[in-house]
Design a protein around this ligand. Structure first.
Ligand code: NI
Ligand code: MN
Length: 216
């Protein structure tokens, strides 16, 4: 599987995009993207999802209220709720709780925020979206045993490094990818400190540069 970090909380995983807020990666061109997942309606996650869907025909999967908004804007969208597997040709996905808020244009109710667990190419990936540390992560570990997790570390709006390290411990995943840091001053975080603490847990921190890809 190929994972590319597009900055902030945006990733390309094979043929899917997650939270495509692309200001850190303005030259990014979606190629072969079939599906776009949006964890919540905040602009730094919805990003260019609607434009990309309209341009490429990719389907947005998001919580029901947000999907309806995307459809009203002319995108193709699949509205889902928390807690049921959704099957795709390339694997399956389940929306899991995130402890955060969600608003369209930072004003109107965007439904509930979520994270996603993906099963792709025999691996399980958990993208936490924007969330506080929550004991839901113990349930996510019990039910899905993720191999790779993407966790926010920037604090202020989400978990900070201290809580992301605790989440990594609870999730028992081996590979931890930090996200949602250093995009704005208020979410600046010392990623070296995060890397060190994850190594001390005996896990592998995977700090990706903007536009950096890995085969995993
Ligand atoms: Ni947010
Ligand atoms: Mn955010």
């Amino acid at each position: 599987m190929k994972i590319t970090y597009l900055g902030h909380s945006a990733f390309e995983i094979n043929n899917i995009l997650v939270d495509p807020f692309l200001v850190m990666c303005p030259d990014y061109r979606p190629e072969g993207i079939t599906d776009i997942f949006v964890t919540h309606a905040h602009g730094d996650h919805l990003g260019s999802a609607i434009e990309i869907s309209k341009k490429t025909g990719a389907t947005i999967t998001a919580i029901f209220e947000l999907a309806n908004y995307c459809t009203a804007q002319g995108a193709i969208a699949n509205g889902i709720g928390l807690g049921g597997w959704i099957n795709y040709r390339w694997g399956r996905t389940i929306a899991v709780p995130a402890f955060h808020s969600s608003s369209i244009d930072y004003k109107f109710n965007g439904g509930c925020p979520c994270g996603f667990v993906f099963e792709i190419d025999g691996k399980t990936i958990y993208h936490a979206g924007d969330t506080a540390l929550t004991s839901e992560m113990k349930t996510i570990r019990e039910l899905y045993q993720p191999d790779i997790v993407m966790l926010p570390i920037g604090g202020h709006y989400t978990m900070d490094i201290e809580h992301a390290v605790k989440a990594s411990e609870w999730l028992e995943a081996n590979t931890i990818i930090p996200m949602h840091y250093n995009t704005f001053e208020v979410i600046n975080a010392n990623v070296k400190d995060f890397e060190r603490q994850i190594r001390e847990l005996g896990k592998t921190p995977l700090v990706l540069g903007i536009n950096q890809s890995i085969e995993i």
